[in-house]
Design a binder for this molecule. Sequence first.
Ligand code: SAM
Length: 287
Amino acid sequence: MRERELNFQGPSPLLYLLATPIGNLEEISPRTKKIIEQADYIACEDTRNSGLLLSRLGFDKKLISCHEHNEEAASQQIVSLLKEGKKVAYMSDAGYPAISDPGSRLVANCLANGIKVATVSGPNAALNALASSGLDSTHFYFHGFLSAKPSERDQELNQIKVRKETVIFYESPHRISKTLLALYQALGDRQAVIARELTKAHEEFIRGTLKEFLTIDEATLKGEMVIVVEGDHSEPVVSEEAIIQQLKAFLAEGLRSKEAIKKTAELLSVNKNQVYSLYLASCKDDQ
Ligand code: SAM
């Protein structure tokens, strides 16, 4: 275990991760603005996008580019600055850094160098979509983007299809129709929600089933989207063999046939009449 130190006390430097608006600029928090104001450098996924955001907020800050393709090298620079005592915060283009965005390698490199990390809360497309979806949010599985390669995408979907939790996907508009078809083919007809243009003027929630979504005109699916799909709620199919085996086990324990049938039906969540028929066909003569 690493030595403990409170994030906002103690001598080790600290990298701030800033969650930024996913559309509506008003979702920038006072705390985020305060951290930006105090920062010597803002490291960001895209200096043009973040530069624009910062200038809209009235800041003129030194920027460091840290994206998918230079994250390793940029991390070293950021680590050095933090060790020199400079204040650095990192933001991706929108939402949380490290959530389907660069940032996790930067965080790992900071931690490996004894630098602490704190996240300043803010918007996240997946959670906005899930919370308004109306689907079960007790447990959920965030998948983010499916692979762009159809064979890998289908493999991923094959693993996802047995999950009981609500599943969250990110998708870009140019692939949405293909993805919706792949989702229907792999997962079957399930309740789902397309959350489009969250927090923006044209925010929309399209609620229906994956099969119904196949009829949507692709031209109307513009902008950014999250797809939320209900988990696998299909009843598990219990084989006749498993029912007979359980029945025989109860009968072998000495239970009377009526009791064995009732307990088998309860245990395996199957219909009592089905168990009775199997009893007549397979167990009665053994007794
Ligand atoms: N880091 C971001 C977050 O915390 O939500 C996600 C960035 S990921 C590169 C971009 C994807 O997030 C989009 O393709 C879309 O699936 C989803 N997304 C981002 N902003 C959105 C919005 N305003 N409405 C719907 N989906 C959005």
